[in-house]
Every structure is written in structure tokens, then in C-alpha cells.
Design a binder for this molecule. Structure first.
Ligand SMILES: CCCCCCCCC/C=C/C(=O)SCCNC(=O)CCNC(=O)[C@H](O)C(C)(C)COP(=O)(O)OP(=O)(O)OC[C@H]1O[C@@H](n2cnc3c(N)ncnc32)[C@H](O)[C@@H]1OP(=O)(O)O
Ligand SMILES: NC(=O)C1=CN([C@@H]2O[C@H](COP(=O)(O)OP(=O)(O)OC[C@H]3O[C@@H](n4cnc5c(N)ncnc54)[C@H](OP(=O)(O)O)[C@@H]3O)[C@@H](O)[C@H]2O)C=CC1
Length: 266
């Protein structure tokens, strides 16, 4: 199983029994993480995490990661694409280089990982791939990040059909240093009245990886406390950039309503 390290990946590794995966490989810079995780496994367990450094924005490095994983363990049953991120910036200030960097990390990197694992193993043996993104229905925040995350959605369905694998996208809304202020503001709008935590993401991923999901593919599973059904994390500042409606009695009524002077009967 090849994954990139992160909070969510750590949760997954700790649930290794649930998915019966004993031999795991990490991309990213996961040496310290692998050591920490290996220390949490009991001495009776055959589970072992091997860190293999890889920048998933580099296709050759991804192919080398998959090759090393196969030569170490002989098979790759699952791929969980959990890496990614963005920098915080208002959309109008994002430069091309930064936009491309975020798209490379979240979209192209995910594709490189899917393609390398498929070509080297799953094409012949089958397998399950999960792509983790951000819950962004109704708009998100920062066009670079949401462009990349939303762009994972359709290929997840396309590759599920083209490759005949069990494929899923898990859209996540939880917390994180970058998101803290934003989430604090939007928590009142989340139906669950709280964000999700990593311990609620990894069981959803384990479900898709497990035989319990053997007839499911190409889905997006939102683990977001209902947020994407209900609201958007974006705030709309006051502005007057929209066209006014055509003049007439309806626009007059609208102006009256918006002025606060209108006294409703109910
Ligand atoms: C809005 C949503 C928030 C709110 C988002 C809230 C989301 C909450 C939910 C999500 C949580 C998570 O994702 S949790 C994961 C948290 N971890 C992260 O997000 C870390 C992600 N960081 C990365 O992956 C990388 O640093 C990445 C952003 C791709 C940049 O890659 P590199 O550092 O390798 O940089 P390069 O490829 O050299 O590109 C650098 C260019 O990027 C741009 N750039 C980089 N940092 C910049 C910055 N702080 N402000 C402006 N621009 C910046 C500049 O144009 C740089 O060019 P120059 O000007 O020439 O230098
Ligand atoms: N935490 C949150 O609040 C939320 C997270 N998400 C998304 O869920 C996924 C997992 O998040 P989480 O575990 O919390 O985040 P983390 O920041 O803990 O993990 C992201 C991992 O991605 C790795 N990574 C980033 N860029 C690259 C790259 N170019 N090559 C290899 N590895 C890379 C990082 O590796 P390294 O440390 O080695 O650089 C890091 O370990 C991410 O896609 C994230 O954006 C979505 C919504 C909310």
C-alpha cells in the first residue's frame, strides 16, 4: 500500500488491522513519521511502515517510489492519495507559478501516483484507489486549491471506468492550522456544528478499501458533517457589482424590502 504521509495517513496506518494491510510504504518526507508509527505497532504484529522519499510533483520520482514499493513488498493492494495542500491567498493575488505549484501537488501528483500504480501493478492484479481532497461543493476558498481538488473529481470517475478498479474520492472537511480561522467562522454553518477529525476520515477510507465496498466505485464520499449539503465556507462581502434589475413595480418592491422600511404582515 503506497500512501503519502499526513495526519490522515497516520490514522489509516493505525487502522491497519481493519484493512488487513501489514506492509506499507510512505512517500513525502516521512522518516520521523514512519518511526513514530512503527513504535506504535506491537512487537507481535508483522506491520511495518517504510518511508520512501518522493516528490509526487515529479513523475520519475513517483515511478521510482512504486518500483521500490514493489521490490520491497511484491504487491500494492491499495493506493491512498492523501498528500496535498495550498498556500492561503485571496484569488486575485495568486500568481501563475503558485497556481501551477498547487495544481501539480494536488491534481497532477495524484494522477502520477494513480497511473504509476496502475501500470506497474493494478492493471494486471486489480486494486483499490482512494483520492483524498477537500469538501468544496458550493465554492471553497482560494481558486488554486479548489481548481485542483475539484479537478480530481471527474478523473476519479473516468479512471474507475477506464481501469475497472474500485475508485473513490473522499472529500474532507476537518481542521488544520491553515484552516483554523476559517473553520471557526463556518462551524455554526455546519449541520453537525463541528468539523470532522482525522479519526473520522480514516474509517471512511478503510470502508472503501475493504471488501464491504466491493461493489462500489467512482463515488465521492463527503466526510464533512453535512457542510457541503448546506453552506459554503466563502463569505460574500458587501458590494454593488451586480446589475440592477429592470425598473418597474417589482424592482421598487425589492428596494423597499431591502431598505428595511417595509413592514411585513406576517
Ligand atoms: C486560500 C485557501 C486557504 C485556506 C485553506 C483552508 C483549507 C483547510 C483545509 C485544508 C487543509 C490542508 O490542506 S492541510 C495540508 C497543509 N499543508 C499545506 O498546505 C502545505 C502545502 N504546501 C505545498 O504543498 C507547497 O508549499 C506548495 C504550495 C505547493 C508550493 O510549493 P513550493 O514550496 O515547492 O514552491 P514552488 O513550486 O517553488 O512555487 C512557489 C510559488 O508558489 C507561490 N506561493 C507559495 N507560497 C505562497 C504564499 N504563502 N503566498 C503567495 N504565494 C505563494 C508563489 O508564486 C511562489 O513563487 P515565487 O514567488 O517565485 O517564490
Ligand atoms: N487537515 C485538514 O484540515 C484538511 C486536509 N485536507 C486534505 O486531506 C489530505 C491529507 O491532509 P492531512 O493529512 O491533514 O495533511 P498533512 O499536511 O498532514 O499531510 C499532507 C502530506 O502531503 C505531503 N505532500 C505535500 N506535497 C507533497 C509532494 N509534492 N510530494 C510528496 N508529498 C507531499 C506532505 O508531505 P511532507 O510532510 O513530507 O512534506 C504531507 O505529509 C490533503 O490533501 C489535505 O489537503 C482536506 C480538508 C481538510
Amino acid at each position: 500500500m503506497a500512501v503519502r504521509y499526513g495526519l490522515l495517513a497516520a490514522g489509516l496506518f493505525r487502522r491497519r488491522v481493519a484493512i488487513a494491510a501489514d506492509l506499507l510504504a510512505l512517500g513525502g518526507h516521512g522518516e520521523a513519521a514512519a518511526e513514530e508509527l512503527n513504535n506504535t505497532f506491537s512487537s507481535m504484529s508483522p506491520a511495518k511502515v517504510t518511508p520512501i522519499q518522493c516528490n509526487i510533483r515529479n513523475e520519475d520520482e513517483v515511478e521510482a517510489l512504486v518500483k521500490s514499493t514493489l521490490s520491497l513488498y511484491g504487491n500494492i493492494d491499495f493506493l491512498v492519495n492523501g498528500g496535498g495542500g495550498q498556500f492561503a491567498s485571496p484569488s486575485e493575488a495568486i500568481r501563475g507559478k503558485g497556481c501551477n505549484a498547487v495544481i501539480d501537488a494536488n491534481l497532477t501528483g495524484t494522477f502520477y501516483c494513480c497511473k504509476a500504480v496502475y501500470n506497474a501493478w493494478m492493471k494486471e492484479h486489480g486494486g483499490v484507489i482512494v483520492n483524498i481532497t477537500v469538501a468544496l461543493r458550493n465554492g471553497f476558498s482560494g481558486m488554486h486549491s479548489e481548481a485542483a481538488r475539484a479537478a480530481v473529481n471527474n478523473p476519479t470517475k473516468t479512471l474507475a471506468l477506464e481501469w475497472g478498479l474500485v475508485f473513490s474520492e473522499t472529500a474532507v472537511a476537518n481542521y488544520g492550522e491553515q484552516g483554523t480561522m476559517m473553520w471557526l467562522k463556518i462551524i455554526p454553518q455546519i449541520p453537525a456544528k463541528r468539523s470532522a477529525v482525522p479519526e473520522e476520515i480514516s474509517p471512511a477510507v478503510c470502508f472503501v478499501l475493504s471488501p464491504a465496498a466491493s461493489c462500489i466505485t467512482g463515488i465521492t464520499l463527503a466526510v464533512d458533517g453535512g457542510q457541503s449539503l448546506y453552506s459554503s465556507p466563502l463569505e460574500i462581502p458587501d458590494h454593488n457589482r451586480w446589475l440592477s434589475p429592470r425598473e418597474g413595480k417589482n424592482s421598487e418592491m425589492l428596494r423597499k424590502l431591502l431598505s428595511g422600511k417595509f413592514k411585513p404582515k406576517l
